[in-house]
Design a protein around this ligand. Structure first.
Ligand SMILES: [Zn+2]
Length: 221
């Protein structure tokens, strides 16, 4: 006799309540996904996140995943995408790297998120006071060198930030953060064949946002 697992419950009237099915995406279109992220960020910034029972969804998530959006964000410890957008485990496919820029391997992860898992939206998420952006500005301005592989990180970010260096001013850092986000957005939009193909079919949208450390609010850029 089977005393555990779903088999013993299959023929009982209660089987339905015990049945577990893989999760389905919370958004079926790119615009719907963006709306969910925007609304979630409003709740987060207002300190009004949804109450959650994490254990309830675990059995379903063990069977699969269907994230509604992909986040290309910075490694910065102060920005946690699931918290910042008030989403559940399974809702966001997250790629993080200091400076939130596109690498060949990262692009492969992002493509997997959309082509295989069905993510409808990619958000490149920069943030205020980004150390990687500051380091790149100092490398461009003063020729500062960085140790080890950090140098490679800065080198990779230079093409995105160099254009805004022509104009100085107090807002240089913020302009560099925005330029860096937009650079990645354009790279992802133009990426062939997977991402550009999904965009052409209306099944994917790529957007940019900047997270403000002080308020927690994400502004689209
Ligand atoms: Zn950063």
């Amino acid at each position: 006799m089977q005393i555990c697992g779903t088999g013993s419950l299959a023929a009982t009237p209660f089987s339905r309540s015990f049945a577990q099915v893989p999760p389905t995406a919370a958004a079926s279109t790119p615009d719907a996904a963006l709306k969910l992220l925007t609304e979630g960020n409003v709740r987060y910034a207002a300190n009004e996140p949804r109450q959650r029972d994490f254990s309830a969804a675990r059995a379903s998530l063990a069977l699969g995943q269907a994230p509604l959006a992909t986040i290309l964000g910075c490694s910065d410890s102060r920005i946690a995408p699931e918290l910042a957008f008030d989403q559940n485990p399974g809702d966001l496919f997250v790629m993080r790297i200091a400076g939130n820029f596109v690498t060949p391997q990262g692009l492969g992860s992002i493509e997997y998120g959309s082509a295989v898992l069905g993510s409808k939206l990619i958000m490149v998420l920069g943030h205020s006071s980004c150390g990687a952006v500051k380091a790149t500005i100092s490398a461009l301005q003063k020729g500062n060198k960085f140790p080890g592989h950090i140098a490679g990180l800065v080198q990779a970010m230079k093409p995105a930030i160099a254009p805004v260096m022509k104009k100085s001013g107090d807002d240089l850092e913020q302009r560099a953060v925005i330029a860096n986000v937009r650079h990645s957005v354009e790279q992802l939009k133009a990426s062939k064949p997977i991402l550009s193909g999904l965009i052409a079919k209306g099944q994917l949208r790529v957007v940019g946002g900047v997270y403000d450390l002080a308020t927690g609010k994400v502004t689209m850029v």
